[in-house]
Design a protein around this ligand. Structure first.
Ligand SMILES: *[C@@H]1O[C@H](CO)[C@@H](O)[C@H](O)[C@H]1NC(C)=O
Ligand SMILES: *[C@@H]1O[C@H](CO)[C@@H](O)[C@H](O)[C@H]1NC(C)=O
Ligand SMILES: *[C@@H]1O[C@H](CO)[C@@H](O)[C@H](O)[C@H]1NC(C)=O
Ligand SMILES: *[C@@H]1O[C@H](CO)[C@@H](O)[C@H](O)[C@H]1NC(C)=O
Ligand SMILES: *[C@@H]1O[C@H](CO)[C@@H](O)[C@H](O)[C@H]1NC(C)=O
Ligand SMILES: *[C@@H]1O[C@H](CO)[C@@H](O)[C@H](O)[C@H]1NC(C)=O
Length: 499
């Protein structure tokens, strides 16, 4: 009898759980017409007042469907905006009461339900949203459910995570603390990349490259270029370093975003790059059998092509190694209200964001048109900051794997310059799995705002030779365009020296 109960229990548990091999990485949400999105085939979530298998049926009796800005239609946004207003959407309403600090495994079905609720609330949906979801989510095809792919990333690794974060031996040259870099480029300039990689490449770190989708790139040529860098730094027949047989540690993102300035796509592409950085750790563990705590990177650092370090990488790595429980994130005052109290949208993938004022929205029947300001409680200690940051692994994992963080992200879809506020406003609900984490607001990254502020070309804020002596004590400086200036910085700060 006992055995039968046991077998029955086993079978129940077995069939309730989605077996790992049945998870499908490529979930491929599909866009429907008019800003709808489908989870499963022929199952479109449509904007309010739109219906049909493909959201093709428009209820012309509802004025919101007729909204236009000059000749551009924005009916779906208008109707979604009206919905959010009608239900009095409040601060993180759909996830506020979820405790997703996954010391215990989350309730997966509930996770799936909430993801669907988010899709019903925060539309309309575009190509870039679908790309993001493909990076962040995983599906269990047999149940037709989708989950956050990384929510269980630390599950079963709690002790190793503690060990990784506690480890204080930052001088062990054979077991260096790996760092992760995201390089965000608007186009390919081999000379620029080469200079950065001469300074910042090490065979044990991790690198993800995102090139703007508007830029045509030759993957083979690019891969070859990076392979040469890897080979020149890695293979050394006279040494037996453990990284000699690591899988490639430079990945070029294949599914790319169009990173319009001021839009959410910049945040999307960065979060998507983080997911690849976690996948690369798994890949390295699988291929080498090394432990999680020696393989996992502790921080991720994002860079633009014309950023320059002003401290040798070995020194910088040591600083981060000694502060593994810290994220560095610029965070200050509340910036312009107009970033949040109206809707910012891109029409037809045109690069520029257009602001739709509350009065105009109201006139068109889109509710009160106050943008996200009604469901983003600015009275909390949110504040804004800059995009500059070095984020610790626990915080990065939270950003891509937590329901609250996902809802926070989606609330920012129609705001302005969310890359200066999303990361700061996600801090509040973050709980460290390992017990302790802190934020440092001084990131020691700088822009020369005094230099040529009126210029409209590349000399605006550009670093000049005369600035170099004043850069001591910083970690990075932004907008270094001239080779001559880069070379002088390399020399001044001994950037090619290993300490
Ligand atoms: C929306 O536009 C259509 C077509 O121009 C028109 O027939 C309809 O009356 C309009 N609906 C409302 C509610 O204004
Ligand atoms: C939203 O708030 C308004 C004004 O406070 C109220 O009249 C309305 O009933 C609320 N709607 C819902 C769905 O709670
Ligand atoms: C998980 O969530 C689903 C959907 O919300 C709910 O029906 C179920 O009771 C939950 N299971 C547990 C074990 O909490
Ligand atoms: C190869 O490794 C040896 C021993 O670690 C070192 O002395 C030598 O400089 C390395 N050569 C290159 C080209 O990195
Ligand atoms: C880091 O990523 C953000 C997107 O969140 C981007 O806007 C920003 O410019 C990047 N920072 C640097 C220094 O490249
Ligand atoms: C880097 O580390 C070396 C060795 O500890 C030290 O001599 C040097 O001053 C450091 N440089 C900076 C910029 O911190």
């Amino acid at each position: 009898m006992k055995i039968i109960v046991f077998i029955a229990l086993f079978l129940i548990i077995y069939f309730l759980k989605c077996e790992a091999q049945k998870y499908n990485n490529n979930i491929h949400y599909k866009l429907c017409q008019n800003g709808g999105i489908s989870i499963n085939i022929n199952n479109c979530i449509c904007p309010p007042s739109y219906s049909g298998d493909h959201c093709e049926i428009i209820d012309n009796n509802d004025i919101c469907t007729n909204a236009t800005y000059f000749s551009d239609s924005f009916g779906p946004l208008c109707c979604f905006s009206k919905l959010r207003d009608n239900i009095n959407l409040s601060e993180l309403e759909l996830t506020m009461n979820i405790n997703s600090n996954n010391k215990n495994k989350n309730n997966k079905s509930q996770e799936n339900e909430i993801i669907n609720e988010l899709l019903k609330t925060y539309g309309p949906w575009e190509e870039k949203d679908v790309k993001l979801l493909d990076y962040l989510l995983i599906s269990c095809s047999e149940k037709g459910e989708n989950y956050l792919k990384y929510s269980d990333y630390f599950y079963g690794k709690e002790k190793q995570l503690q060990h990784l974060l506690d480890s204080s031996n930052c001088d062990d040259l054979d077991n260096p603390n790996p760092l992760a870099f995201v390089l965000i480029l608007s186009s390919i300039d081999y000379e620029t990349i080469d200079i950065l990689f001469q300074i910042l490449y090490r065979p044990y770190n991790y690198y993800v490259i995102h090139v703007d989708e508007n830029s045509i790139i030759n993957y083979e040529e690019l891969e070859l270029f990076f392979k040469k860098i890897e080979d020149s730094k890695k293979f050394n027949s006279t040494s037996t370093k453990k990284w000699n047989n690591y899988p490639s540690n430079i990945k070029i993102m294949k599914n790319r975003f169009k990173g319009a300035w001021g839009s959410i796509s910049l945040v999307y592409l960065e979060l998507s790059a983080y997911t690849i950085l976690f996948d690369m750790v798994d890949e390295r563990i699988k291929s080498t059998g090394e432990s999680f705590e020696t393989t996992q990177w502790s921080h991720v650092i994002n860079l633009s092509g014309n950023d320059m370090p002003t401290i040798p990488l070995s020194n910088f790595s040591k600083i981060l190694c000694k502060t593994k429980r810290k994220s560095y994130l610029d965070h200050c005052c509340i910036k312009d209200h107009f970033r949040f109290d109206r809707n910012w949208i891109q029409f037809n993938e045109k690069n520029q964001l257009i602001e739709l004022f509350p009065n105009f929205m109201k006139e068109k029947g889109c509710g009160d048109g106050m943008g996200m300001s009604k469901y983003y409680d600015r009275k909390k200690v949110y504040g804004d900051g800059s995009q500059w940051k070095f984020l610790n692994v626990e915080y990065v994992k939270y950003l891509i794997s937590d329901l609250k963080s996902l809802e926070r992200l989606l609330t920012f879809k129609f705001s302005f310059i969310p890359d200066e506020s999303f990361f700061q406003s996600s801090k509040i609900y973050f709980e460290s799995n390992s017990g302790y984490h802190s934020f440092e607001i001084d990131t020691k990254r700088m822009t020369m705002f005094e230099n040529n502020p009126e210029a409209r070309d590349h000399t605006r804020y550009a670093v000049e030779l005369k600035d170099i002596p004043n850069l001591h004590g910083l970690y990075f400086v932004r907008k270094v365009y001239l080779k001559e200036v880069k070379d002088a910085i390399i020399k001044e700060f001994n950037l090619l020296t290993e300490y």
